[in-house]
Design a protein around this ligand. Structure first.
Ligand SMILES: [Zn+2]
Ligand SMILES: [Zn+2]
Length: 318
């Protein structure tokens, strides 16, 4: 499996403005003083070796959309959620002429940041494409239609020419899509669902928009089994530990610290921090990643947990 993050921001897209880009360039030029930049290869080496991610790149702007690529069938795709990252996934399909396409979309919950990319998903407007949308929420089709109705949006879903079908999922019933066996779990505070996808002995768990409270310390906390032995756990780490315990309790999100603790208890190999705070700068997200790696070593130095922070365009081979 390959996991591609088309959007990883939480709550709201987060733009980079001209001043932020300028300050990245200034820091790169400063770091370049006295370095060998005499060839393209030397410049690439300088960028890769000497610039932090916050200077050479960006964690990105798009809200949730994650593709699970299996190669099971030609022109068949599986994505989780329709945040603004779905627009870029659609642009990729159009650019690579992977149409007519059959796209399966698993929806975690109908909050705006998980639906608002759909009106901009170009393949949905093209006849011949097939789009199957799966969710647990009984009113999910109504939610999609409502966001594309007056006065919220000028183009109704009826204008979309692809064959679009909504599927109601049943709790506790595992199912198969695009070569993946999929299990799910309702997450706190009760509106969002996590997905566990297995294929050829590999497991990816997507668990965003979830909050873990004091019952997370129970031996039989159900998420331990849901995350168990995952090769990759994509985990909601929007808040700091302090925020998640006090100021933003019951806001439906979790922290990097909780991610490390649950991942280690569940035997996870790779923890990917996800659903980043839209007000967080690239430097702040770099710091969160570094402090999470340090915390993982402090928590259990014998446990080799890979830790990454999702960014738009990230690709992980599982
Ligand atoms: Zn969200
Ligand atoms: Zn949400």
């Amino acid at each position: 499996m390959k996991v591609i993050t088309w959007g990883s921001r939480g709550s709201l897209p987060a733009s980079l403005n001209a001043n932020v880009i300028r300050s990245k360039i200034a820091r790169a030029l400063e770091a370049a003083q006295g370095r060998d930049l005499s060839s393209t290869a030397a410049m690439d080496k300088f960028i890769d070796s000497y610039l932090p991610f916050a200077v050479k790149g960006t964690y990105g702007t798009n809200t949730t959309c994650v593709e699970i690529r299996t190669g099971q069938a030609e022109r068949e795709y599986l994505v989780i959620d329709c945040g603004s990252g779905l627009r870029d996934f659609g642009a990729y399909l159009m650019k690579t002429e992977q149409i007519p396409a059959h796209v399966h979309i698993l929806v975690t919950h109908p909050h705006w940041d998980h639906l608002h990319g759909f009106p901009f998903f170009v393949p949905a407007y093209i006849p011949g494409n097939r789009i199957d949308i799966y969710a647990y929420h009984e009113d999910i089709e109504q939610a999609f239609r409502k966001q594309q109705s007056d006065p919220f949006f000028p183009v109704s879903m009826d204008v979309m020419q692809a064959d679009i079908t909504f599927h109601q999922l049943n709790e506790n019933d595992p199912f198969e899509l695009n070569g993946c066996r999929i299990q799910s779990m309702q997450q706190h505070p009760g509106i969002s669902y996590g997905y566990r996808l297995s294929r050829d002995g590999k497991v990816v768990v997507f668990s965003s928009d979830s909050e873990h409270k004091s019952d997370a310390h129970d031996d039989k906390y159900p998420f331990i089994e849901f995350f168990s032995d995952a090769d990759l756990l994509i985990f909601d780490a929007q808040y700091t530990l302090t925020d998640s315990l006090y100021a933003k309790e019951d806001w439906g999100h979790s922290s990097n610290i909780m991610g490390v603790e649950l991942a280690m208890r569940a035997g996870v190999k790779h923890l990917c921090l996800f659903h980043s705070e839209p007000t967080a700068s690239d430097d702040e997200l770099d710091q969160i990643l570094e402090s999470t790696k340090r915390y993982a070593v402090l928590h259990d130095s014998s446990y080799e947990l890979d830790v990454s922070h999702a960014y738009d365009g990230m690709e992980l081979d599982i």
